[in-house]
Write a protein that binds this ligand. Structure first.
Ligand code: OAD
Length: 278
């Protein structure tokens, strides 16, 4: 497959929205009173996010029919070790295009609401499948753990030695070379067929087991092992809340399904739960 990096879609800038847009959204999304009550009582909450939470920042998802990356590109040609070995330049350039797109995007009200939520709850763990770093840029991970299950696209590591590299020489013939061993550099993301970082997965599973409320937000709930985390929480008796534009295989198991955009639902949840300072 030949690949020409595409012009990046324009990110939706939250601060370019009309000033009252969040308030208007709040009227639309009504949070179930039982969920608000459960949040007031909860000591431990875990949240799993997927590409849908960054969609409102202008980052394409993977599996949405028209706009998802996997409707335009084949994962096995871009996101596997075999693809990299066969065409390292193509893979490097595809990730460089995504890195550029991400660096121009901004966190949206959904990311910001989750950053605020971690300051409101005694135990809160944010688990993300996203590699875009937008949760950190929104302020998450300061007051509570933030677990990146699939790595981070802004980090680069040596393909040969698996060592993260801070600086490297750009080249006209990418991928650039590791300054230590001369091997190819690659993005520090998990590709298909690769294991997840085990500490991250173990911490995510522990948070799923311990929580009283588990949120699954903007994920198709299809990719393992992340897809099993909500089920693990459910088996331990947690209340499961799903926020997604569409139903997923998880929806029949959800205690509450909020069929709306994360950037609308999460600010509404935050305001309707803690507006009284509760
Ligand atoms: P998907 O693209 O599979 O799913 C995105 C989900 O977000 C879909 O269920 C959409 O309905 C939903 N969605 C879209 N916009 C939304 C919005 N504004 N608010 C709420 N929901 C919205 O993405 P993931 O589930 O994250 O793995 O994909 C999982 C993994 O598959 C990714 O981490 C990536 C991919 O291959 C790796 O790169 C290893």
């Amino acid at each position: 497959m030949t690949h020409t990096p595409e012009p990046a879609p324009q990110p939706i800038q939250p601060d370019s929205a009309p000033p009252d847009s969040d308030t208007r959204r709040d009227f639309i999304v009504e949070i179930p009173p039982a969920l608000i009550e459960a949040l007031h009582r909860a000591r431990s909450v875990a949240v799993l996010t997927g590409a849908g939470i960054s969609a409102e920042s202008g980052i394409p998802t993977f599996r949405d029919a028209q706009t998802g990356l996997w409707s335009r590109y084949r994962p096995e040609e871009l996101a596997t070790p075999a693809a990299f070995e066969q065409n390292p330049r193509l893979v490097w350039e595809w990730y460089a295009w995504r890195r550029e797109l991400i660096s121009r995007a901004r966190p949206n009200p959904g990311h910001l609401a989750l950053a605020e939520m971690e300051t409101r709850l005694p135990h809160f763990t944010l688990i993300t499948q996203n590699v875009d770093g937008l949760h950190q840029r929104a302020g998450s991970g300061k007051a509570a753990p933030l677990i990146e299950l699939h790595g981070n696209i802004q980090r680069v590591k040596c393909y040969q030695e698996n060592r993260v590299v801070d600086r490297w020489q750009e080249t006209d013939d990418p991928p650039p070379r590791c300054p230590h061993c001369g091997g190819w550099l690659r993005p520090d993301v998990v590709w298909f067929g690769e294991p997840l970082p085990w500490e991250a997965l173990a911490a995510a599973q522990a948070a799923a087991r311990a929580c009283e409320i588990f949120f699954s937000i903007g994920t198709s709930a299809l990719v393992e092992p992340a897809a099993s985390l909500p089920l693990l929480a459910l088996r331990r008796g947690a209340r499961l809340v799903e926020i997604n534009l569409h139903e997923t295989p998880l929806t029949p198991h959800a205690t509450h399904f909020l069929p709306c955009a994360a950037g609308a639902a999460l600010p509404a949840l935050l305001r309707q739960t803690w507006s009284q300072g509760g």
